[in-house]
Design a protein around this ligand. Structure first.
Ligand code: CO
Length: 211
């Protein structure tokens, strides 16, 4: 068997041993169930591993990842994760985590044709269109790219808030905060976009549901 591949399974055995050494009940406790306080919606990018960059243990973070950390309101996979996280697990925080250097966001700035993925990237292009005045005014391409990554995260924060799932949870008095972060692959640090939404008052009126 290929060495790299077989090493992965070896690593797993070592990881189990290491955890049991520290805490013999580690897996027994996890087997009892999960009660994660956080739902993470992040990019699929291999350099942005959810638990690792925030020092979270297994059981702490419920995770959904896709290309460019998008919240597409007809995406059944995302909606199912969100519904389960909010209504069953009762997470207290939803974190949208994008990252500088995101290939999906970069692709959305170009006219390149990649294949099927063009149709996913279309959603990111829509974000560009909403903010084209601000983005087109940035001369430096690198800076424009970084700002686009940030604006995309902010947009996804609002898109989570617009879902009937989140608005219903707020209506029933559930404590649920939605945050937007941008991770920097160059230094490992998180840039908190400092938008925290905790009710639907901040949504454009047409999105506010009468519940
Ligand atoms: Co990415």
């Amino acid at each position: 068997m290929e060495k790299y591949y077989s090493q992965l399974l070896e690593n797993n055995k070592k990881w189990v041993e290491k955890n049991l050494e520290k805490d013999p009940q580690f897996f027994n406790r996890l087997a009892d169930g999960q009660q994660p306080p956080v739902l993470w919606i992040g990019c699929s990018d291999s350099r942005v591993p959810a638990n690792e960059i925030i020092g979270a243990a297994p059981g702490e973070v419920f995770v959904h990842r896709n290309i460019a950390n998008m919240v597409i309101h007809s995406d059944m996979s995302m909606l199912s994760v969100l519904d389960y996280a909010v209504n069953v697990l009762k997470v207290r925080h939803v974190i949208i985590c994008g990252h500088y250097g995101c290939g999906g966001v970069q692709a959305a700035m170009t006219n390149k044709h990649f294949g099927l993925i063009d149709n996913w990237i279309r959603h990111i292009k829509d974000v560009y269109r909403f903010h084209h005045e601000e983005l087109n005014a940035i001369q430096d391409e690198k800076q424009r790219f970084n700002r686009f990554v940030e604006l995309n995260v902010v947009e996804q924060v609002y898109d989570v808030a617009k879902t009937s799932i989140v608005q219903s949870a707020w209506e029933s008095g559930q404590q649920l905060h939605i945050h937007g972060w941008v991770y920097d692959v160059k230094d490992g640090l998180i840039n908190d976009m400092k938008i925290t939404i905790k009710n639907n008052d901040t949504l454009t009126e047409v999105y506010q549901l009468d519940l």
